[in-house]
Design a protein. Structure first.
Length: 277
């Protein structure tokens, strides 16, 4: 049983629900990212989504877009993100998933020794899967990788005991939900509404309908994200889903912080507020 599956099983047996926060690696810097991981674990997170910064985060709203911009100014790559996870692993065993677009992962996996005359570059997904596993990563969610094109990537992750998490949306057909159910592991991430990430005053009623539809095809836990920013929204999601994902509201606290230490303090306070429900 993977660490992600184990923690979902634990909260289910305890009659509880989960809180999954998102932060962007390197915002405000990688050292603080490690401290944020530990603080979020202490504050009651069950899984942490660690965003890999990217220049074109098309699924994200302005708050997380700005976080990627801030992080990218530091000039690090995925190797340094994995090092940060490994360092955090010395203080916590909380499950960590990489939340990424495919491009940064492909850059990491590019086979520099490939034949330059080849029409397509060769990608060593085994390299990513192996090094991510060694660093203490538990799974990967790739926002722009569709199930139809994920077989080779998924096989590499499975070989190194990493879960592959897929997104589903209210616009997903039943056929697509079934496809995701057959290929996902760890949990399924249900997007609460069409559009990009970002805090909202009200949750869409479509989220609950989507979770009911997903459960027709899969016994995997279902986490709901996009738009959740308040304790009452977390509590409402807990009525029908296994976990609530909060991203932009947390990242906004980091953006508003006066210092790295203030960022850790603010994020810890918000996380405890959200979990208290």
């Amino acid at each position: 049983m993977s660490r992600i599956a184990a923690v979902f099983d634990k909260i289910k047996r305890g009659g509880k629900k989960g809180f999954i926060p998102f932060i962007t690696a390197g915002d405000p810097d990688l050292e603080t990212t490690g401290k944020l991981i530990v603080e979020l674990a202490l504050a009651g997170a069950m899984v942490i989504e660690l965003g890999v910064p990217f220049t074109d985060p098309m699924a994200d709203g302005p708050v997380i877009q700005r976080a990627s911009e801030r992080a990218l100014r530091h000039g690090f790559g995925l190797t340094e993100v994995l090092q940060t996870v490994a360092q955090a692993r010395e203080q916590t065993d909380i499950p960590i998933i990489l939340f990424s677009y495919f491009n940064p992962l492909l850059q990491f996996c590019a086979n520099e020794g490939a034949d330059e005359t080849s029409a397509l570059p060769a990608f060593r997904f085994e390299k990513l899967a192996s090094e991510a596993n060694q660093a203490g990563v538990d799974g990967i969610l790739v926002t722009d990788l569709v199930p139809e094109e994920a077989s080779v990537f998924a096989a590499a992750l499975r070989a190194h005991d990493l879960d592959l998490i897929f997104l589903v949306a209210p616009t997903s057909t039943d056929e697509r939900l079934q496809m995701v159910a057959e290929r996902a592991s760890g949990f399924i991430y249900a997007v609460s509404r069409a559009g990009v990430t970002g805090a909202r005053e009200k949750m869409s009623a479509e989220a609950e309908k989507l979770v009911r539809r997903v459960r027709k095809f899969s016994d995997l836990p279902v986490a709901v994200g996009f738009g959740i920013s308040k304790p009452e929204q977390v509590t409402d999601v807990w009525r029908y889903a296994d976990a609530a994902v909060v991203g932009s509201a947390i990242v906004a606290e980091i953006e508003q912080a006066r210092s790295a230490a203030d960022a850790v303090s603010r994020v810890g306070q918000l996380a405890r507020h959200l979990v208290s429900g």
